[in-house]
Write a protein that binds this ligand. Sequence first.
Ligand code: SF4
Length: 427
Amino acid sequence: MPESLYQPISFIKCHFKKSLMATLTFETLTFRPNGTAVGVDLLQGFTTSIPQEELEQIGKFDFPTAHTITFPSLPQEKAETKFSFLLEKYFDTLKTKITGNKATYVHKNSGLPLIGNVAFGIVYRNSSIIEIKPATSCNLDCVYCSISEGLSSTKNDFIVEKDYLVEELKTLIDFVAEPVEVHIGVQGEPFLYTDIENLFADLEELPAVHTVSIDTNGTLLNRERIDRLSRFSKLQLNLSLDAIDEGTAKIMAGTKSYNVNHIKDVIASAAAKMPRSPIVAPVLTSGYNEQELEKIILFIKSLPRQPILGIQNFLQYKTGRTPSQELPWKDFYALLEQLEQKHEIKLKLGKNDFNVKETKELPRPFREGEVVRATIKSIDRFPRSVIAVAQNRTISVPNCEFRKDKKITVKIVRDKHNVFVGKVAWP
Ligand code: SF4
């Protein structure tokens, strides 16, 4: 799109020819006309709907392909400006398809910085592992989920424009000035983000990034996709596998549709074909899968190229589900030791296995206790909580009514690692 044009939503990737007819083609949008309205899907997983009559007010229109809208009687610039306004209006009612939850699209012109929130964007904890979070939402409902994500979630979701994320990440990497791992650890299932392979391709090109790791439940992978992913030499898949027994696996995943045999096939395929050996990460959850651990070990050992097995202990979190009690750490490590000896396999993974290094601190523009004037830009994950913006950071503000672009004064109550929480000091 020419720079001179008004561009309220930056995901627009128009490819147009000079002609009398305005033609707008979008890589990330899919149009579904249905008579009285036009469904607009963003990256397949998120959707909104524009009333037909509002589109008609722009001018006569047509959809020659699922990604293209034409306005035969309008000049290009006028069509782009008017359609962008309409999209911006209806992206305020964006929803996540699998849950129907509200969703916020975070793009270059959204006014939402990518540092400040744990759910989306970039989290930098002064270490050589930088976390990036392109989207939230999940297609499972695991009993132990530490963030209560999944099919039963009612939280607001976020989806981040890929180019915006990569651009901001590059700026941070330049600041860190050391080799880094980029960890895609989202609040949800990252392969629901349909730009994910383009994201891998961009990250693969960054010389300072030595590893791109990703936590996935594996449900959206298959042999063909693993074949495609195997071209990414830096990609490290961390796959969940909590049980071998089909019934136990379904109970733990929180959905009857979960098929553990499919996941085993994905793990076998990833172990055989990915340049980097995958990590398989069961969560030991008392009362659910103690009896499954040995079966998982035997499955892993049966593979010709053995993945790394990293058994995790279920931990209770304030925002997570509580299916059972935590196992005391000494009992957990005693169990791992016993299994290590019996099966001659390494199970205890430590910091040294992940090559983590302390790196320089990113300046925090404000500190705990400071009072800051900020502008409300979005609802946050939880009901009655908003995201306010100041000095290129987001601040989560609970117990605050959402009124877009309203200025509020907040007292910062958390500032660790540039993740900010504030309390309304006065409205
Ligand atoms: S796959 Fe991960 S994000 Fe999804 S419900 Fe399970 S633990 Fe939570």
